[in-house]
Design a protein around this ligand. Structure first.
Ligand code: CTP
Length: 419
């Protein structure tokens, strides 16, 4: 029988770092939401914050040592890490130091937390916090990639001023965001609770290539990463996913139906072909707005005079889906160099969307946007409200966008059943 929230046990591993104090707020948030929280502290964590704080907030004795009470006649606590591993519904590490991340990656087991990690086979959520250089170091990044590949959820650290005085990524994510991810990881465990399980999500991704002649084309810098992250995230939340993709170098996401196209016209056709199945349309593709009016059958030869290309508009796929909206939830993207939110609001109205993800591109978007693994921007609502999305991994952004899509779907469903 599935456990109720009040019997769900989250083991919160707190490792050593200045951000350890933020874990106290996290315990409060999780217990307020009805979860049982068992705090496990590493030795280093105990130098930053007292176990008593966590014991008071969680109402449970904090585990600080692998061999604590090992002298008891029953010897029970010697296998406490196994018992805790068996009882836990989620293992959450916040803050996770570079050291704990490395130990998890390589299977070291030299304290309670790392030993329990090896004995545990449920969902894991890791919220790293460290100095920017430590975070950026290839060793840490490779470890993170391995943990992700094993199925752990990584909550990318925020950027900002760090305790060491540096400015950059490394700051522990806000407790609210960590609590949301923990809750989602718990939800994903019970198949009935996958929040997009009854949806078919149609996603466009990548650039389009508009041929000039048999060897040349007009295109743009889109890597397809944001659209692929959205497709993967929607799939992991139970949706059927149809991904219409322009040419990219990414591996096809697992369990998604991939339709590969080259041009805007082909993407337009593929979207229309699958639209009747879709309850959600997410238009991430950087569709070329223009294509050459004529495509030369033979390779164009160099001339001494300058060459003028005549371009004609391509179909606006999102706008057309907006016209055919029905009960669908429609999400558009807007990449802008200036007046980002204002332009996004105008696009939302013009294309009849429910949400627009507005991304700054160009000089203001250093390290994020096209080609990068990170993104940032605003989530613009029909009401005009714009929620800021700070720089984060594209997968994390996909998850934030889909949180909102899931809420909007629930509203559509309740208004349909109320009729
Ligand atoms: N879009 C589309 N078909 C097109 C052009 C754009 O479906 N032919 C979609 C994109 O996938 C994105 C949204 O429309 O979700 C906005 O794209 P963007 O290029 O930012 O806006 P445009 O409408 O092309 O306007 P402009 O280039 O003037 O900013």
């Amino acid at each position: 029988m599935p456990k109720t929230d009040s019997s769900r046990l989250i083991v919160l591993g707190v490792s050593g770092g200045i951000a350890a104090y933020k874990a106290a707020e996290l315990v409060r948030l999780l217990t307020d939401r009805g979860y049982q929280v068992q705090v496990v502290m590493t030795k280093a964590a105990q130098r930053f914050i007292g176990a008593l704080t966590f014991a008071s907030l969680s109402g449970r004795k904090v585990i600080t040592d692998l061999f604590e009470d090992n002298t008891s006649p029953t010897g029970e606590s010697a296998i406490e890490h196994i018992a805790v591993a068996q009882q836990a519904d989620l293992l959450l590490i916040a803050p996770a130091t570079a050291d704990v991340i490395a130990k998890f990656t390589h299977g070291l087991a030299d304290d309670f937390l790392t030993t329990m990690h090896l004995a545990y086979d449920g969902p894991i959520v890791i919220a790293p916090a460290m100095n920017s250089n430590m975070w950026a170091h290839p060793a840490t990044q490779e470890n993170i990639a391995q943990l992700r590949a094993r199925g752990a959820t990584i909550i990318d650290p925020d950027a900002g001023e760090l305790a060491c005085g540096m400015v950059g990524p490394g700051r522990l994510a806000e407790p609210e965001r960590i609590a949301n991810a923990a809750e989602r990881a718990l939800l994903a465990e019970s198949p009935g609770a996958r929040d997009l399980a009854s949806e078919t999500v149609l996603v466009t991704a990548g650039p389009t290539c508009e041929p000039l002649d048999p060897v040349r084309f007009l295109s743009n810098r889109s890597s397809g990463r944001m659209g692929y992250a959205l497709a993967e995230e929607a799939r992991s939340r139970g949706a059927r996913v149809i991904l219409v993709s322009g040419p990219v170098v990414l591996a096809p996401p697992r369990d998604c139906e991939l339709v590969s196209v080259e041009t805007a016209a082909q993407m337009h056709q593929a979207v229309l072909d699958h639209l009747s199945d879709a309850t959600v349309f997410v238009s991430v593709a950087a569709v070329a707005d223009y294509r050459p009016r004529t495509v030369a059958a033979l390779k164009l030869k160099k001339q001494t005079a300058s060459l003028t290309l005549e371009l004609e508009p391509t179909p606006d796929i999102l706008q057309e889906v907006g016209r055919l909206k029905g009960n669908r939830t429609i999400v558009g993207f807007a990449a802008e160099t200036n007046d980002v939110v204002e332009y996004a609001r105008a696009k939302l109205t013009a294309k009849n969307c429910d949400l627009i993800v507005a991304n700054p591109v160009g000089a203001d978007a250093a390290g994020t946007g096209f080609g990068s693994s990170q993104n940032q921007g605003w989530l613009v609502e029909r009401s005009g409200e714009a929620v800021a999305l700070p720089p984060m991994a594209k997968r994390e952004m996909a998850s934030r966008i889909l949180d909102r899509v899931a809420e909007l779907r629930r509203k559509v469903e309740s208004s349909v059943t109320a009729r």
